[in-house]
Design a protein around this ligand. Structure first.
Ligand code: GRF
Length: 213
């Protein structure tokens, strides 16, 4: 059991998931020790500053390529010495070097029921396919984009009136419950990635991870 697991959160924008994590961390077993954005105008930076959480901007446009940008990220993250790196709307693909630098210790949240709909524009793709069910997944990050083992998911129903915007709202509400829950499980030591699989209480999880209802 790690008391107050130090967490670094990477963002690119609004940061509503970051806010949910900040709020949850008050009475939880994890502590956000820094927030890094690749965009200087990301609203999430203000959310963090309001709570006196150190913030850092590392603009990917200042670097010639992905690897040098990722090395700058690594240098900043390592100074903060987290036990977990949390991607919360971080809109950059991470290099193998980055992923290998934090083995088994990076989580991402993705707005679909993975392995369905990796990548972007998930709500519209769900509507185009006529799916009746949609959802959100939290997964460990591996070198495969949106492809690492799933730690948890939450489902929503798609109604005929739904648009990409209403789905995004419904999904966000679920995200804000699911992400703090999964981060807290990791912080407690109960959730881990072992041999490229998600494990809970020393047992391999189902492929879809836990379901938050
Ligand atoms: C979320 O929908 C998340 O699933 C995706 O990016 C969005 C970030 O939203 N990866 P926010 O910045 O946390 O509000």
């Amino acid at each position: 059991m790690r008391e107050h697991c130090p967490v670094v959160v990477l963002i690119s924008g609004n940061g509503s998931n970051l806010q949910a994590l900040i709020d949850a961390s008050v009475n939880s077993n994890f502590n956000i020790v820094g927030v890094i954005s690749n965009k200087a105008d990301a609203f999430g930076l203000e959310r963090a500053s309001k709570k006196a959480i150190p913030t850092f901007v590392i603009d990917h446009r200042d670097f010639p390529d992905r690897v040098t940008f990722d090395r700058a990220l690594i240098a900043q993250i390592d100074q903060l010495d987290p036990a977990l790196v949390v991607l919360a709307g971080f809109m950059r693909i991470l290099s193998s070097e980055f992923v290998q630098h934090y083995p088994n210790n990076i989580l991402n949240i993705h707005p679909s029921l993975l392995p369905k709909y990796p990548g972007t524009n998930t709500h519209q793709r769900v509507l185009n396919a006529g799916d009746q069910e949609h959802g959100v997944s939290v997964h460990f990050v591996t070198e495969e984009l949106d492809g690492g083992p799933i730690a948890g998911h939450a489902k929503i129903m798609v109604s005929p009136e739904d648009t990409a915007e209403t789905l995004a709202e419904k999904i966000h509400r679920k995200e804000h419950l699911l992400y703090p829950h999964v981060v807290s499980l990791f912080a407690s030591g109960r959730l881990e990635m072992v041999n490229n699989k998600a494990w809970i209480d020393h047992q391999e999880m189902a492929k879809t991870g836990l379901e938050l209802r």
